[in-house]
Design a protein around this ligand. Sequence first.
Ligand code: ADP
Ligand code: F6P
Length: 472
Amino acid sequence: MRQSPLVVVANRLPIDDSVAPDGACEWRRSPGGLVSALHPLLRHTPATWVGWAGGTGPAPHLPDVDGVRMHTVPLSADDFRDHYEGFANATLWPLYHDAVEQPEYHRRWWDAYQRVNQRFAEAAAEVAEPDGLVWVQDYHLQLVPGLLRRLRPDLRIGFFLHVPFPPPELFMQLPRRAELLRGMLGADVIGFQRAQAAHNFAQLVAKVLELPATDRQVTVDDRVVRVGAFPVSIDAAEMAALAARPEVADRARRLRQDLGEPEKVILSVDRMDYTKGIEQRLKAYRELLASGDVKVRDTVLIQVAVPSRQRVAQYQILRDRVEHQVGRINGEFGRVGEPAIHYFTQPFDRAELTALYRVADVMAVTPLRDGMNLVAKEYVAARVDDAGALLLSEFAGAAAELEQAYLVNPHDLEGLKRELLAALRATPEDVTTRMRAMREQVRRHDIHAWARSYLTVLDTGGALRDRLVPAD
Ligand code: ADP
Ligand code: F6P
């Protein structure tokens, strides 16, 4: 087995096991923030990515992609149901997102979570070079740092949580809360999106495990575990370059023509997830249409909502409700050839998505809770013309950095309508001033800056960090 100096461990691989018609295997930019963040970072580095290829059954063998080795961890149908759909996405996911849907607790799911985490830890132990660096990602794999440390005490181990980490009163619901915290503490560095999450973690460690903990470090078994906030980001330069391409600008112009040259285009791009606030946003839009503040010929809404975790009941219910709402709004307010909402559930390629960003006068990103929300940052990076207004939920991690957005509480329907109208009616000068400041923020705090700040803490020697992310 070939070993690598850097190993990323994430539930999902960035490609699936389907092969293109010419036999080549390409990066699959699956609609999800984790892959969007890590893909540009790892390209052309001597790394191995340990993850699941998306199906059930034996692990397919995948070729290296852009110099990164793919090491597949198989999930059986039972693992998929009880680990991925169960403990990861029906227990932890809702609990970590303010319990906007009721988390479910089943002992069988916990057994599967332990089993699958063990398998990921063994795979990482196998492919990491002696004294190498292993970077474990996200809530599916919270036990991996502890399991891996037992298998390979020589490694430096990082853990990064892409989703929010909940306040003690919610986390305390978890029947196996102590084991989860102990699993994370196997890492040398534990990174969160926001300082509040690091604070929640420190409080819980002190309360549940009775260990000395601050928002910056925890001492466990005579080891110091560093804790901190490292807000994840995007490859802003790559997005700006794509947006500046003449064919993308042309495509944006044609899209506007195809939409009937409306005065204002509102865009939303989400995974179909109950955390994204899609229903609340559609309700606000409907009320604005009903009151006449917004009129169909002048304004259109494009809602992209790519299906996700489709066998989980709450996701099926959400999709039905969203599609019912879209149908109802189009039925009531659309005209022949002029729907009030253009609704898509398809994945788009990067160029098409970027053209959509460039055509959107208002980008509405209104999750009820979101670890970061990279769509908001992509929109900002794509507005190389300094135009476009961002309507952004206070409850997205991105709100801490994009202060010039039109910030909203998505639970407050009147506030949502008010800020959406303010964004639609903003003067070009106001829009430009805000967008310029936000673009500068995203340009300076891009994915390379994120990796550099994390690896500066994790990779104490700095050799890998310098190879992966050269200094500015
Ligand atoms: P999450 O991680 O919860 O899915 P983020 O907003 O952080 O949310 O990341 C979503 C990522 O998925 C972004 O990079 C976005 O461009 C991508 N994406 C979302 N919808 C689509 C789609 N329909 N087609 C292609 N990419 C998509
Ligand atoms: O961080 C959110 C997350 O769970 C990521 O792991 C992933 O990028 C995204 O949501 C997509 O989720 P899934 O892998 O379940 O399709």
